[in-house]
Design a protein around this ligand. Structure first.
Ligand SMILES: Nc1ncnc2c1ncn2[C@@H]1O[C@H](COP(=O)(O)OP(=O)(O)OP(=O)(O)O)[C@@H](O)[C@H]1O
Ligand SMILES: [Mg+2]
Length: 315
């Protein structure tokens, strides 16, 4: 039996112009990495902000380690660490000074603070740069220190909101390894992302969020089973031609269940990829499209999203 550490019940946030989070309910189990996967504006940050007690829900409730976010936000805050999407650091302070500043917010002083700060600087790979001001740091280093702040009071549960956006591959790898490492040592992690590959690599379970609604929730196996027997064909289109227009033409064909364009690619959901491939190529030729290459993909989180919404995750 899995032990529930976070229970979300009918959580809703209504802003004047938009329902950002629309009546979502799900559980997160102790010790797992749970990814909230969804495109820009889906409601990920709003959900994290409510669960971490930064903003109040319009309705619904949630418990974190059995403390209600409405009735006992102080106990919730003691249990959690938060790595916000927007970096929250002081540029004119050094790495070490930033940790000391934020440590005081968590009631950490003296020896406990310096021990914890040392441990974290090693953990995020910034020990050698601890005496340098943050304004001399690269984007990836800032992101790593931002994560360090979230870890200061050794939380049981860590919320990470898109921690790898806009950084180089090496820093990204470093962050993903840190997430896996923290989790191995028992931390429950809630990780938001719009990168299918990250959710795929990290997650025990995934919630897919779109337009404020949780449209799927489960292990990756459970989610990919929703796509059924279909598989995806990924067509790499010449960079001078519009993938969107081709996707629209292909979607009209009987062999195509769904089609969507991203960058210079078209993702097609079909029943039997090997069988329909010749017809796909013929159709592309008819419309004078040059296909550079084709991949046949087993159902993955991206095809689950396409299956459920008719759109690609990065539309
Ligand atoms: N304070 C606010 N006031 C009004 N609308 C808001 C506010 N915060 C968020 N929204 C809106 O709510 C919706 C969900 O936003 P949210 O930031 O939760 O999305 P997200 O999934 O985190 O997106 P991203 O991947 O771009 O960070 C968006 O339409 C956004 O414009
Ligand atoms: Mg966000």
């Amino acid at each position: 039996m899995q032990k529930t550490i976070i229970r979300v019940e009918h959580l809703t946030k209504i802003f004047p112009e938009i329902i950002a989070v629309d009546d979502i309910s799900f559980d997160i189990y102790a010790g797992e990495i749970y990814s909230l996967l969804g495109p820009n504006g889906a409601g990920k940050t709003t959900t994290i902000s409510m669960l971490s007690t930064l903003i109040k829900p319009s309705s619904g409730d949630a418990t974190v380690a059995e403390h209600s976010i409405l009735k006992d936000p102080i106990s919730v805050r003691k249990t959690i660490g938060v790595v916000p999407q927007e970096i929250a650091l002081y540029d004119s302070l050094t790495a070490q000074e930033n940790l000391a500043f934020w440590g005081k917010m968590y009631d950490l002083y003296g020896k406990k603070l310096s021990q914890q700060s040392e441990k974290i600087l090693h953990q995020v790979g910034l020990w050698d740069r601890r005496k340098d001001k943050v304004d001399t740091f690269s984007g990836g280093m800032k992101r790593r220190l931002n994560i360090g702040v979230g870890l200061l009071h050794n939380p049981k549960v860590l919320f990470m909101d898109e921690p790898t956006v806009g950084i180089d591959p090496q820093s990204r790898r470093n962050i993903l390894d840190a997430v896996l490492d923290l989790n191995k040592n028992g931390m429950t992690i809630i990780y938001t992302t719009h990168y299918m590959e990250e959710a795929q690599e990290l997650s025990d379970r995934v919630g897919i969020i779109d337009h404020g609604k949780l449209i799927a929730n489960g292990t990756q196996d459970e989610l990919t089973k929703m796509v059924g027997e279909h598989a995806a064909l990924r067509l790499h289109v010449s960079e001078t031609q519009s993938a969107e227009t081709l996707a629209k033409q292909l979607e009209k064909q009987s062999f195509c269940i769904k089609a969507s364009a991203t960058d210079h690619q078209v993702l097609l959901m079909v029943d039997d990829p090997e069988k329909v491939l010749p017809s796909v190529i013929t159709t592309c030729n008819e419309f004078n499209y040059r296909i550079r290459s084709v991949d046949i993909e087993e159902p993955n989180l991206e095809s689950v999203f396409l299956h459920l919404t008719g759109r690609a995750l990065r539309d």
